[in-house]
Design a protein around this ligand. Structure first.
Ligand code: PCA
Length: 156
């Protein structure tokens, strides 16, 4: 099993939650709401209003982010990797989270945006992805391929 921290459209009540809650895609068990130990920049970007947790640049920018911790099996991890276009768009990466201020640090996987355009750091930085922010989200099925990539990633 794997521990996966979700902070965006996979959360309960958000547009891609159906993927993590569908047993056809594998097993996922919601554990609890959790906060990142490190501060991160969580921004909504690209023409499709996609939430991105930016890989840390150690500029001391951003916030402790609230999301949800799940325990998932190999099959579900593969489903999530596909949705997140790992490792081309997001990179599944290890981060540390805590259930609350007194609890132990948990190491888990999350999907970070790497090699991103520096302009993303000028966008408003959220503490958590909200329903209001998700109202403008355009799901992958409605985008032409690679447009998200081109708009947020530095070319390699
Ligand atoms: N889904 C993943 C990463 C960004 C997104 O929209 C998540 O909810 O964590």
């Amino acid at each position: 099993m794997h521990l996966v921290y979700v902070y965006g459209t996979l959360k309960k009540g958000f547009p891609n939650h159906y993927l993590i809650s569908d047993a056809e895609n594998g097993v996922a068990k919601f554990l609890y709401e959790a906060n990142t130990v490190e501060k991160f920049a969580l921004v909504v970007g690209s023409p499709f209003h996609v939430p991105f947790l930016l890989q840390n640049t150690n500029h001391g920018k951003g916030n402790v982010i609230t999301g949800e911790l799940y325990e998932v099996d190999d099959k579900m991890l593969k489903t999530l990797d596909k949705l997140e276009n790992h490792p081309t768009l997001y990179l599944r990466s290890k981060i540390q989270v805590k259930r609350n201020t007194e609890s132990d640090v948990i190491e888990c996987d999350t999907y970070l945006l790497t090699n991103y355009k520096p302009q993303l750091l000028t966008l408003p930085m959220l503490n958590s992805y909200t329903i209001a922010a998700s109202s403008s989200y355009i799901p992958p099925q409605k985008r032409s391929s690679n447009e998200t990539l081109k708009s947020v990633k530095l070319t390699t």
